[in-house]
Design a protein around this ligand. Structure first.
Ligand SMILES: [Zn+2]
Length: 201
């Protein structure tokens, strides 16, 4: 039954500066640097130990990632213009790869604001940290925030730049004693692990 012959590949995800081995154990390979007997990662990626040549490298997974519809992404709103927002994606979550860096701009689709359009699109503001879901790929990416697990994860008060807290289902600034309206994710204010997103359907 058990015919598994693949090498036990242990995916270890590192960020620049992470110690991945010592120079006594391995030679520094691709995308690594040495510092005082340690081998550090120079990039975001996955550690690869070449036991035959005793080198350790970091595979920069950035190039291999292509966004698929349904992937969960994290990013920051950089622009809002006439009912469209631009999301600067910084990480993407894929079931088989986990959370990996991914830098790309996407169009962020929003629930249509009710009534007249304001400058500030209802439910979103520039600078908001957002969890979204890829809704379209191709020439340009589109991200939606539909579903309770998707939306704003962190936002600052428009007036004083304090982080806004959840109060009575809305967002409130303790400092200015004012509220703002956002399309927030269901774990606003208690997002502990960024990769903890897979139940978002
Ligand atoms: Zn404030």
């Amino acid at each position: 039954m058990n015919t598994k012959q693949d090498n036990e590949v242990q995916e270890k995800y590192v960020i620049p500066g992470d110690k991945i081995a010592t120079t006594e154990e391995y030679l520094a390979g691709k995308n690594t640097t040495e510092s005082g007997g340690d081998i550090l990662s120079a990039v975001y990626g996955t550690v690869y130990f070449d036991e035959a040549n005793l080198t350790v490298s970091v595979i920069n997974s950035k190039k291999k990632i292509s966004a698929k519809v349904g992937d969960v992404v994290y990013g920051q709103v950089t622009k809002i213009d006439r009912g469209n927002a631009v999301l600067n994606i910084s990480a993407i979550y894929q079931t088989d790869k986990g959370l990996v860096p991914f830098n790309k701009e996407a169009m962020l689709r929003l629930p249509r604001p009710n009534g007249r359009g304001d400058d500030q699109m209802s439910g979103l503001a520039i600078g908001d940290l957002v969890r979204g879901k890829i809704s379209r790929t191709g020439r340009s990416l589109e991200v939606s925030m539909f579903g309770k697990h998707f939306g704003v994860l962190k936002t600052l008060c428009h007036r004083c730049r304090n982080p806004m807290v959840l109060k009575d289902g809305g967002l409130y600034c303790d400092n200015c004693e004012r509220t703002e309206s956002r399309k927030i994710a269901d774990d606003y204010g208690s997002v502990m692990v960024f990769g903890d997103v897979n139940e978002g359907k």
